[in-house]
Design a protein around this ligand. Structure first.
Ligand SMILES: [Fe+2]
Length: 177
């Protein structure tokens, strides 16, 4: 830890701010896919339920990081995020990509915890541990959504997707805790 008034080292706070940027990146990915869900695939219920529950929770998770850093006297910056232009061949293609990125974010949180541990920054370690426990609910939800999508629409037929749209809600674990 540095001797200045910031209570988190420059290296660790940069890693944490990259996590913050990741949250906003995930928000753009998810919002883009939701637009396809609603307009192209008519997964109206999926869009309505997961837009506030997942898409809009992502920047709020980022804000948890900046508010922790503020308490440690560290100013936040917001890394650039890339445009939400990605194309998907099916809802499952979108869900799989989100799950991959959610898993990658989990790995990044764990790597950042390792940095906090090696710096003996116990407050940051504690914050990141609780952040990780919050995050695993989003990963669990996305895992369930992928599995339910495979069960309901293995052949990518539009009628099967409508059945998925009626039933996917049981896979949501976010908000249970
Ligand atoms: Fe949105």
């Amino acid at each position: 830890m540095e001797s200045g008034k910031e209570r988190v080292s420059k290296e660790l706070s940069e890693r944490m701010l990259n996590l913050l940027g990741f949250c906003f990146y995930l928000n753009r990915i998810y919002d883009r896919g939701l637009s396809l869900c609603e307009v192209r695939w008519k997964l109206i219920n999926f869009e309505k339920i997961t837009h506030p529950l997942i898409a809009h929770a992502l920047p709020l998770l980022g804000d948890k990081i900046s508010s922790y850093l503020s308490k440690r006297n560290v100013e936040s910056f917001y890394p650039d995020t890339t445009g939400g232009l990605k194309e998907y061949s099916s809802p499952l293609d979108f869900f799989n990509f989100v799950l991959e990125e959610f898993n990658r974010f989990e790995d990044e949180i764990e790597n950042t915890i390792d940095s906090a541990v090696s710096e003996k920054d116990r407050a940051s370690e504690g914050f990141l541990q609780s952040f990780l426990l919050t995050w695993i609910e989003y990963v669990a939800t996305m895992n369930n959504i992928v599995d339910l999508a495979i069960q309901f629409a293995p052949n990518n037929e539009s009628l099967s997707w409508q059945l998925f749209d009626d039933k996917f809600e049981k896979g949501i674990t976010v908000g249970d805790n």
